[in-house]
Design a binder for this molecule. Structure first.
Ligand code: PEP
Length: 260
């Protein structure tokens, strides 16, 4: 199925703290043949740092891109436990996820820090996937748009107009991540349209080519409906990306065959 709009769909797997190098390599061996014909979408996998090297080797020669789940904005130095953009580039990362809600909530990462990461990634030629999204409490207080707008503007504060097209925005309502609850496609579309409007205010016509992914319990059963929405240009997928057959169905916008 082709996308209803001009932006090339981008389907990204976020494995979080799951799969070491051996498992990641086994995933690639099973996954790549399943998506060999998928040439109208961008496919990205973000494994843990320790699997980047081996997964990168397993993906080389394929169209599947490698991504980091995080990065430190400093170039080098005394930052124990951290990873710099040059190290990601050396391993062939094409994308880097920044501002995931787990990092914002569990590690208290601010949008200013996220902005510095996004800037550092772009300077190294790595496309940032900038995550934003409201909590359930914020949505119930009717603050979803205000929260998303605030995170978006602060996280993109260091991205100039002439580099904005390289950025991917991921809208991930926190209440839908790993919970099995998905925003309805219409609900997601409404906030994606709102995000596009804010991007127009920041970047003018470039907003039409910036891709906005939806994330939050995306699975083979709902990907087609989600992707049919005008301003939804892809998905960032956690749980359902861990299994090669499941992520392949998502990439192909394919519902599982009905079991009788
Ligand atoms: C995520 O971690 O970005 C995510 C969307 O997870 P899940 O698909 O498991 O909800």
């Amino acid at each position: 199925m082709s996308s209803p709009h001009q932006r090339r769909p981008i389907l990204a797997a976020n494995w979080k703290m799951q799969k070491g190098a051996a498992e990641a390599t086994a995933f690639a061996a099973a996954f790549l043949p399943l998506v060999a014909g998928a040439d109208s979408v961008d496919i990205v996998i973000a494994p843990p740092f320790t699997a980047l090297d081996r997964l990168g080797q397993a993906l080389s020669g394929s169209a599947v891109a490698l991504a980091a789940q995080n990065v430190n904005p400093e170039a080098s130095g005394a930052f124990t436990g951290e990873i710099a953009v040059s190290m990601l580039r050396e391993l062939g990362c094409g994308y880097g996820v920044v501002g995931h809600s787990e990092r914002r909530a569990l590690y208290r990462e601010s949008s200013d820090f996220v902005a510095a990461k996004a800037e550092a990634l772009l300077a190294a030629g790595i496309r940032p996937i900038v995550c934003v999204g409201e909590t359930l409490e914020e949505r119930e207080a009717d603050r979803a748009e205000a929260i998303v707008a605030g995170q978006l503007e602060a996280s993109l504060a260091r991205i100039p107009q002439d580099r904005a097209a390289e950025v991917v925005v991921a809208y991930e309502p926190v209440w839908a991540i790993g919970t099995g609850k998905t925003a309805t496609p219409e609900m997601a579309q409404a906030i994606h349209a709102f995000i596009r409007e804010r991007l127009r205010a920041l970047y003018g016509a470039t907003a039409e080519i910036i891709r906005i992914q939806y994330g939050g319990s995306v699975k083979p059963e709902n990907v087609r409906d989600i992707m049919s929405q005008e301003d939804i240009d892809g998905a960032l997928v956690g749980g359902a990306s861990l299994d090669p057959a499941s992520f392949a169905r998502i990439v192909l916008f394919q519902e599982p065959e009905a079991t009788q």
